[in-house]
Write a protein that binds this ligand. Structure first.
Ligand code: G6P
Length: 628
């Protein structure tokens, strides 16, 4: 959940590390720090709060050296403060850490007995002590790290430097992601390629329990017990502009506006626009590594995918947060279109509830980052239980992507805003393709229906653009929402998960209490909450659930609730009973969720902005949750 950057090369480490940390701030932002060599000694500068605080402290600081590491923190052990900020420094060792050391209490006891002076409340500092102890024996950073690893339990990544070996940098991963960036006469390490893409496009992804040992301009890789291993280099085709704000006030706003393009890119590989048919492209169920997917024979691969789809008797969809709500919509789509029973699970529940996974089960995980700890544990468990796994990820080569047997991609481009937007809508588009593909393969859908659904899907990007053009109305509606005490988001059918996602967006961004409910459940509790200080946000497109939704809306209105409704086209009924009525274009029910979430995203965005909150980095949250 924290962000790590390291640099060894001929340039000024300070600029590279700070610019990398900026790209990683989404991973944690309660404190930050750097340790950079300066004339043979390490200068460490840390600050509580956002990266800006560190930048201010670094102004005017110069470093005469070429090695440095940096960190942006999301607190787990020890509250956010400067003394708990990384890097942790012990006798010339500097260390940054992401994740959790589970046996930290034992280690702490032992170190205290030996007389160690521990200056923070973190588990991370303890690792620096252990390495510093080992280095007294080995006089070599790599060996000291290797000897320390066997003493640590947990899921963690570390990056370490030692001022006595100014051309060495050692990284280890066992859980949270780490990638080595290969430059020309320079080497980088980071939690995420986004931090490095402006410097290099060549990367090596560390797998669990692997060490990267950078020595000068060379890097070599080892297993945790010191055996040399060969690693593959990956070349990315991202450009640096893809991770910049491009004139938008916030990343989130940029990402909301990128949704039409993101949805188009998500469906593009799988749809034949001439025949209006779906065939999933290069899924890789045949056992190919993610790096080789592009080289697959598409027709042969599609046959393999179809074999899997023919056999399945049950689908589980497992995810967290916004991805979980996308999965919930997946249940409606796959069950209704392909007639296969679907269970949707929150990953942290799935992994511990001893799920019954019968033979011929397909477990679909959804994760934008591909690094969410619970989702990763869920996919591992699913494999253990004999299920076939299929991941829907945004970040290619991420851990979940690598570990899954089949691979689908959101193709949204980097998503920086902590509150997920474009990855959500892209996922819904991918799930549409998946549902149609399963349905057609199992011969429960006619070619005509397939054509109708593909036509509806192809229309979505331009419909989304049409909706985005009405942003000023969403902003207006948001201005009217400030005074409410609470929010009840409701919908039926496919709009029910959208109501939950809308409520989540309001909580994440505007820090207001909101609940997402199935409109039919309103009578079973939430109705008691409704009065004139309660806003009801009703997602009510004209679909098979519409009439029932309207009855629920009337019931809420009769109790004084103020209504904001989202419906289809000019709808006099909704307009007359709502404080704000937001009209969406007419769509097929299978894609309506992709459209109706936009006003909910934008209302929360505008409300949060008008309250002065940081929409890209909401308090206490992180984009990539790599701890349980
Ligand atoms: C965090 C983020 C959410 C995201 C969730 C799941 O909570 O703040 O925006 O939906 O993690 O992340 P994933 O990367 O697995 O989709």
């Amino acid at each position: 959940m924290c962000g790590i950057v390291g640099y060894l090369g001929y340039q000024n480490p300070k600029d590279i590390i700070v610019s990398g940390l900026k790209k990683l701030e989404y991973r944690g932002y309660d404190s930050a720090g750097v340790a950079i060599l300066d004339q043979g000694k390490t200068k460490r500068i840390r600050a509580q709060g956002k990266l800006k605080e560190l930048e201010d402290k670094l102004q005017g600081e110069t470093f005469d050296g070429h090695l440095g590491i940096g960190h942006t923190r999301w607190a787990t052990h020890g509250k956010p403060s400067e003394r708990n900020a990384h890097p942790h420094q012990v006798r010339g060792i500097n260390l940054v850490h992401n994740g959790i050391i589970e046996n930290y209490l034992e280690i702490r006891e032992e170190l205290l007995t030996e007389g160690a002076v521990i200056t923070s409340d973190t588990d991370s500092e303890l690792v620096a002590h252990l390495i510093a102890n080992e280095i007294e024996v080995t006089q070599d950073l790599f060996k000291a790290v290797e000897r320390t690893l066997s003493k640590l339990r947990g899921a963690f990544s570390i990056l370490v430097m030692w001022e006595n070996q100014p051309d060495h940098l050692v990284a280890f991963k066992d859980g949270p992601p780490l990638v080595v960036g290969l430059g020309k006469n320079e080497m980088f390490v980071a939690s995420d390629v986004q931090a490095l893409i402006q410097y290099t496009k060549r990367f090596v992804y560390l797998e669990d329990r692997e060490i990267a040992y950078i020595k000068g301009t060379e890097v070599s890789f080892f297993s945790a017990n010191g055996f040399p291993i060969h690693k593959k280099e990956v070349e990315l085709n991202w450009n640096p502009e893809m991770v910049e704000k491009q004139g938008f006030a916030h990343y989130m706003l940029k990402e909301v506006y990128e949704q039409p393009r993101a949805v188009a890119s998500a469906i593009e590989p799988h749809i034949n626009p001439d025949t209006f048919s779906v065939s999933l492209k290069n899924i890789g169920f045949g056992g190919q590594s993610v790096q080789k997917l592009e080289e697959l024979n598409t027709a042969e691969d599609w046959l393999k995918t179809q074999e899997v789809f023919k056999k399945i008797e049950r689908v589980f969809i497992v995810a967290c947060g916004t991805s979980f709500y996308a999965g919930t919509i997946g249940k409606y789509l796959i069950e209704q279109l392909a007639r296969v029973p679907v269970e949707v699970d929150i990953a942290s529940e799935f992994r511990y509830r001893k799920p019954v996974v019968p033979p011929n089960t397909l477990v679909v995980t959804i994760s934008q980052s591909g690094e969410t700890a619970d989702t990763l544990a869920a996919i591992r468990l699913a494999k253990e239980l004999g299920a076939t796994t299929l991941s829907i990820c945004n970040v290619r080569n991420s851990t979940i992507d690598r570990e899954a047997q089949g691979h689908l991609y959101m193709n949204s481009g980097p998503e920086i805003g902590v509150a997920s937007t474009k990855a959500f809508t892209s996922t819904l588009a991918v799930i549409n393709c998946l549902s149609i593909a399963i349905a057609r393969t199992r011969e429960v859908m006619s070619i005509e229906t397939e054509k109708e659904l593909v036509t509806a899907l192809l229309a979505v990007p331009s419909q989304m653009e049409g909706v985005l053009a009405f942003d000023k109305y969403f902003e207006e509606a948001a201005a009217g929402l400030k005074l409410f005490r609470g929010f009840l988001y409701m919908g039926r059918g496919i709009s029910y998960p959208i109501a939950m996602e809308g409520a989540l967006k309001l909580k994440e961004l505007a820090y207001m209490h909101a609940e997402g409910y199935a409109a039919g459940e309103m009578k079973h509790g939430p109705l008691a909450l409704i009065d004139e200080r309660m806003a009801i946000v009703m997602v009510a497109p004209t679909d098979q659930w519409y009439d029932k939704t309207i009855s629920n809306l009337e019931e809420a209105r009769a109790r004084g609730g103020k209504i904001i409704s989202i419906g289809t086209g000019e709808n006099e009924k909704l307009r007359s009973i709502s404080e704000y009525y937001l009209a969406m274009p007419k769509t097929h029910w299978t894609v309506s969720a992709i459209i109706s979430v936009i006003p909910l995203q934008l209302m929360s965005y505008h409300l949060a902005c008008s309250l002065g909150y940081d929409v890209d980095q909401p308090r206490n949250l992180a984009k990539s949750v790599t701890v349980e």
